[in-house]
Ligand binder design. Structure first.
Ligand code: SF4
Length: 343
């Protein structure tokens, strides 16, 4: 049975045409399920009763169920969602000073095998559909009783977004539709470990913020941390980023997980400077969050500050980001259903 949430507005209009319905009925349905969050099509009273019956018999607007909620002492909320086939994903709401950011998953598990990541240990189960990706925003808003939608969406949850590119693009079209949740593309950031062809395709098709998980500035170290680097080594990745169609005044965010004695030396910082030269960049330095079964350590505070200083003296914006939600395993690289810590 079709879940109408998997369809962009224009796909819903084509579907309506197949049902011999005018396009405005598709618009009404899209508006009702995304702006008003109706799950029960019978409650959409803007549609005539006989039409509601037809739509209900041929499809659904079901949202994933929240099966578990964990709240961190810093206000971060992690939701475990059950999909229609019983698989679980995680969505994280991160409080900022005056707004919320939502971190959304795009796959169940991940095939990329990064050495520092818990999601990698799950292996890859399946891609999320467009509706399953976009719905996480609506579910989190309903569940956390938010009066306003989260201001920013970051695709940094479970999975590699660009390994599910078709569905990612469809989900972004749904999220940015003006008669639905109406997100500005400027409020959306897609994070990738560096899938070069998909990255270029995304840049050609949609305009969103781009974050790249770099984590090392030499192929040897990066190849050990991130197997993707063996497929797309740094020269290729950086070449693609130089060609990436960035909107005016936008920068690429580089995520750099600082691992003690692995990539936190002054020479690593200097290598990073040389690597990113000429790319409009913002660097997020994320001290590693020690975690069971992951063989890395958090660097000492002075090493972190020294690394940052080298970058800022070279005129890079380099911000030290303490992972939020550490006590509920909601921090970067920790999303892994079945591994939640009770609060
Ligand atoms: S860090 Fe991201 S890309 Fe790498 S394994 Fe984890 S979820 Fe996948």
């Amino acid at each position: 049975m079709t879940n109408y949430r998997d369809l962009t507005r224009s796909e819903l209009e084509s579907l309506a045409e197949g049902f011999d319905l005018p396009p405005y009925r598709a618009r009404q349905l899209f508006h009702a399920i995304w702006k008003r969050d109706f799950e029960d099509i019978f409650r959409i009273t803007s549609l005539p009763k006989d039409l509601r019956e037809i739509l209900s018999s041929r499809g659904t607007a079901h949202l994933p169920d929240v099966v578990r909620e964990l709240k961190s002492s810093d206000g971060t909320i992690k939701l475990v969602l059950a999909l229609a086939d019983g698989l679980h994903i995680e969505t994280v709401l991160i409080p900022e000073r005056d707004h919320m950011t939502i971190c959304v998953s795009t796959q169940v598990g991940c095939a990329m095998g990064c050495a520092f990541c818990h999601t990698a240990r799950m292996g890859f189960k399946r891609n999320l559909s467009p509706g399953e990706i976009a719905s996480q925003t609506l579910v989190a808003m309903k569940y956390a009783r938010l009066e306003e939608k989260p201001r920013n969406i970051v695709f940094m949850g479970m999975g590699e977004p660009l390994a599910n590119l078709e569905n990612l693009i469809a989900a972004i079209k749904i999220l940015t539709d003006r008669i639905g949740l109406d997100y500005s593309p400027r409020r959306i950031t897609v994070s990738t470990c560096g899938l070069v062809p998909e990255l270029l395709r995304m840049g050609a098709e949609i305009e969103v913020g781009l974050a790249v998980s770099l984590h090392a500035a030499d192929n040897d170290t990066r190849g050990r941390l991130m197997p993707v680097n063996r497929r797309y080594p740094l020269q290729e990745l950086i070449g693609a980023l130089r060609a990436y169609p960035l909107a005016p005044r936008r920068r690429i965010t580089f995520e750099y997980l600082l691992l003690a004695e692995v990539n936190d030396r002054p020479e690593d910082a200097r290598r990073l400077i040389r690597l990113l030269r000429g790319i409009p960049s913002k660097i997020n330095l994320i001290p590693f969050n020690p975690s069971d079964g992951i063989p890395y350590e958090e660097p000492q505070a002075e090493r972190i500050l020294a690394f940052q200083k080298i970058l800022t003296e070279a005129h890079y914006t380099a911000i030290i980001r303490k992972s939020k939600g550490r006590d509920i395993a909601a921090a970067c690289g920790q999303l892994f259903q079945g591994r939640q810590t009770a609060v």
